[in-house]
Design a protein around this ligand. Structure first.
Ligand code: TYM
Length: 335
């Protein structure tokens, strides 16, 4: 039995990429593992968040976890700021990680853009907090989408350097669980960009709370090229030459839990209009119930809040002795 940890930021617009790349796998890992799933509100505030929206989005991510089938009694769902051990261990990691390591983080470069001097210090040390999230529980297995791989490599480096510096085996080695199918769901309007919460065009993503009509419309409008659905032959092209076509194929395969070649066998050579019709039906069938469950939970914020506070209490019970162990190793007096 492994201890699994992962997190999702409450920054609004949860989308198909979050679901296929992460949340669906969170639910699938429940059997035989001990799972902690965290709404990472402290990560969210590394860029400006409206306080009321942050609270609303924290409940919304929690609702998505529940709607995806995560059981809050057998596993732990909580919001990060309720468990101070994350921040306490993150401070130690700020002193372990090297500037040079953080300077290499592509996500910081993307998010800070041209205005690096203006980015918050929190955004810069974000990966250290992420390492602390995982290691506060000595979790070993971390399901994420492809875009988080570099951060997880940094978490391994931090754990290793801490262990070496202090001559301990305190922290385990973290294993990223990046499942092949849909680890990188692309933007529906531009297959070279990933699907993201922050894209200004809502048509670029399928949101988990889109209704059936909106899902169908966005798929109909999704960009493709004039050629028929790739059939697996060389003439059918590849991901590089036809990014939008392959993205839709991958989304279909992931939603249907089949391989791409299965989908190519059924649709290869056909017109995209037929394929999109089938994809829209499938997406509505798979995402519709999640959206309506999320709405049901949204109508019961009292229940959501009880899940989060109960989860946080159980999370603190695991993280407190680990924080104590870290403090002892470092030489902080506690008693
Ligand atoms: P966040 O909130 O950006 O995304 C949540 C999860 O969704 C995955 N994801 C995608 N997967 C496939 N295709 C996409 N287009 C796509 N977009 C997003 C992300 O990879 C992620 O798994 N830093 C993390 C949150 C975090 C965390 C952690 C994760 C904080 N602490 C500790 C694991 C362990 C983030 O910003 O995810």
């Amino acid at each position: 039995m492994a201890r699994v940890f992962s997190g999702v930021q409450p920054t609004g617009n949860l989308h198909l990429g979050n679901y296929l790349g992460a949340i669906r796998n969170f639910a699938r890992l429940q059997d035989g593992n001990e799972c902690l799933y965290c709404v990472v509100d402290m990560h969210a505030v590394t860029v400006w968040q409206d306080p009321e929206e942050l609270a609303k989005n924290t409940r919304e991510v929690t609702a998505a976890f529940l709607a995806a089938g995560i059981n809050p009694d057998s596993h732990i769902i909580f919001n990060q700021s309720r468990v101070p051990q994350h921040a306490e261990i993150a401070w130690i990691f700020n002193c372990v990680a090297r500037m040079g390591w953080l300077n290499r983080m592509t996500q910081f470069k993307e998010k800070a853009g041209k205005h690096r001097e203006n980015a918050s210090v929190g955004l810069y040390v974000y990966p250290n907090l992420m390492a602390a999230d995982i290691l506060a529980y000595k979790a070993t297995h971390v399901p994420v989408g492809e875009d988080q791989k570099q951060h997880l490599e940094l978490a391994r480096d931090i754990a290793q350097k801490f262990n070496n510096d202090f001559g301990t085996e305190c922290f385990p080695i973290v294993e990223p669980l990046i499942l092949d199918a849909a680890a990188r769901v692309m933007n529906l309007r531009d297959g070279r960009k990933k699907m993201s919460k922050s894209d200004p065009s809502d048509n670029s993503r399928l949101n988990l709370n889109d209704d059936a009509e909106t899902i169908a419309r966005k798929i109909r409008k999704a960009r493709t090229d004039p050629d028929p659905v790739p059939d697996g032959s060389a003439e059918g092209g590849n991901r590089e030459s036809r990014p939008e076509a392959f993205n839709l194929l991958e989304i279909f395969a992931a939603l249907a839990d089949k391989s791409i070649s299965d989908i190519q066998r059924d649709f290869g050579g056909k017109q995209f209009s037929d394929f999109k019709q089938a994809l829209a039906e499938l997406a509505v069938e798979k995402l519709g119930p999640i959206g309506s469950e999320m709405q049901r939970y949204a109508d019961d914020p009292g229940y959501i809040d009880s899940v989060l506070s109960g989860g946080a209490e159980r999370a603190r019970a695991i993280a407190t002795p680990i924080r104590d162990e870290v403090y002892d190793i470092v030489g902080f007096l506690r008693n």
